[in-house]
Design a protein around this ligand. Structure first.
Ligand SMILES: [Zn+2]
Length: 243
């Protein structure tokens, strides 16, 4: 049967080879360029619940801090369109300890942040020292991790950091893969380290009512940012504006 089909198809082939299309026809017929498909890195889901208490505290935080809340209802919306990716380090030893720290809706400790609101800190992704990536919050949820930018910023925390527990090569690779995958699906324009966040003051992204609410952050280190940026340079993401 299959031999017969093959024979029929062979018989049906035109006797003469058609002339190649003219350049004009070829130009019209050429397929549109397709954006390269970015493979998703392996991600473990370790969701932190975004329940009514976290929702309430997020609205409270946004009302107190977003300048847009002065004129509109932006503070009521705990969803966002992400435009910035901010990389961090946890300064703690394990992914489990970071997850536990972020899981409660209410901030505990952190005297430097208490005065600015009771909403706990967190991050959308957590990268362990061996490069394992965990997803804690959906990318469109507003999470408290960077002053002035939470309403547009996806946060990526890296376990460890500092002189005692330098971030690893596996974390560089995992962060680059994660940034590449996020930027392929979201309208991301900027990639910054937490240590660079004040560089976005004065841009339309930065909203903070209190001019005195600023912290000085070292994470995740200039060296780590340089290595991640080198791996995703082709994406053309901006860093903090140079002044
Ligand atoms: Zn940070």
């Amino acid at each position: 049967m299959s031999a017969l089909l093959l024979a029929c198809r062979a018989d049906a082939r035109p006797a003469t080879v058609p002339a190649p299309p003219s350049p004009e026809v070829a130009a019209v017929a050429a397929p549109a360029p397709v954006a390269p498909v970015v493979p998703a890195p392996v991600i473990l889901d370790s969701p932190i619940p975004f329940g009514p208490e976290r929702e309430r505290l997020t609205v409270e935080y946004l009302s107190a801090h977003r300048t847009a809340a002065l004129t509109g209802d932006a503070a009521q919306d705990t969803r966002m369109v992400p435009r910035v990716i901010v990389l961090h380090w946890t300064a703690g030893p394990t992914a489990k300890s970071a997850w536990n720290t972020f899981s409660a809706p209410t901030l505990s400790g952190r005297a430097d942040l208490q005065g600015a609101g009771a909403l706990n800190v967190g991050a959308h992704y957590l990268v362990d020292r061996d490069g394992t990536i965990e997803r804690l919050f959906p990318e469109d949820r507003i999470v408290r991790h960077v002053i002035g930018l939470n309403h547009v910023a996806i946060g990526v925390e890296n376990v460890g950091g500092g002189a005692d527990l330098p971030l690893t090569a596996q974390q560089v690779t995992a962060n680059a893969a994660l940034v590449r995958w996020i930027a392929a699906r979201q309208p991301i324009t900027h990639l910054i380290g937490h240590l660079e966040y004040r560089g976005l003051e004065g841009t339309p992204y930065f909203e903070e009512k209190d001019p005195n609410y600023r912290t000085s952050k070292p994470d995740p280190g200039a060296d780590f940012m340089e290595k991640v940026r080198a791996e995703v340079a082709d994406l053309g993401l901006s860093g903090p504006p140079t002044r």
